[in-house]
Design a binder for this molecule. Structure first.
Ligand code: 5RP
Length: 237
């Protein structure tokens, strides 16, 4: 086992990497926590000779995995994944999440849905009583009809902001756009998700409901593991 040192984020990332066993096909998330996890996992591959294959949820993560010596596959080369390890932006008491501030939500959700065990790696401040009070909900949309799709989101009650750098649209790895939506709180993520998904032009939402089986929370001096059942309830301490 690699030593339990470092920041809260490093602790969560390391604890996630330690769940990976030889022979597994592993989904690698995106964002800063996942980047740390990829580093720790690469260390385990090199030092322990762990024989794994991985699927990356973004080009950035794929590049980090290659540098860390983790062999990669395309998602469609495997029938499923044993485990996926990814960060989150917010998680509520029923383990529903907002993801996608890093812009990889579409691939992250496809990989999570294809995984037998979905592990979320966070630091304590990402736990919230209600989603969307602080963090906007990122929604991946088609570039075609972007403004029409934005109007549809406004009709659902969102304050919207198309993600740009200066005047340029920020595009995802799939060449799509992101609209960050403020709903002033999301008390019913499972109810809102299909309404947003039902708008033409919406490709995926950053609402991840029922996609966390294990939550790992890193803090200053410890790591907490919470197992979650299929009803979104805490299954163990
Ligand atoms: C990227 C994501 C990330 O998992 C999320 O933004 C958390 O990132 P970080 O670990 O940097 O806080 O959903 O699309």
């Amino acid at each position: 086992m690699i030593g339990n040192k470092g920041t809260a984020k490093e602790r969560a990332a390391r604890a996630g990497a330690e769940l990976v066993e030889s022979g597994m096909v592993v989904g690698l998330g995106s964002g800063s926590t996942s980047a740390l996890m990829v580093g720790f996992l690469g260390q385990r591959v090199r030092e322990l000779g762990l024989a794994i294959m991985a699927v990356a949820t973004s080009e950035a993560t794929a590049q980090m995995a290659r540098e860390a010596g983790i062999p990669l596959l395309e998602l469609d080369e495997v029938s499923g994944l044993d485990i996926s390890l990814d960060g989150a932006d917010e998680i509520d008491g029923q383990f529903a999440m907002i993801k996608g501030l890093g812009g990889a939500l579409l691939r992250e959700k496809i990989v999570a849905a294809a995984s037998r065990r979905r592990v979320t790696l966070i630091t304590a401040e990402k736990r919230v009583t209600q989603l969307g009070l602080v963090c906007p909900l990122p929604i991946e949309v088609s570039r075609f009809g972007l403004v029409h799709t934005e109007r549809g989101l406004k009709r659902l009650g969102a304050e919207t902001k198309i993600r740009r750098k200066g005047s340029e649209l920020i595009l995802t790895d799939g060449g799509n756009c992101i609209i960050d939506c403020e709903f002033a709180g999301i008390p019913d993520p499972a109810g809102l998700d299909p309404r947003v998904q039902g708008l033409p032009g919406v490709l995926e939402t950053g609402l991840f409901v029922g996609l966390c089986d294990t939550l790992i929370i890193g803090s200053a001096d410890r790591v907490e593991h919470i197992e979650v059942d299929r009803q979104g309830r805490r299954a163990s301490d």
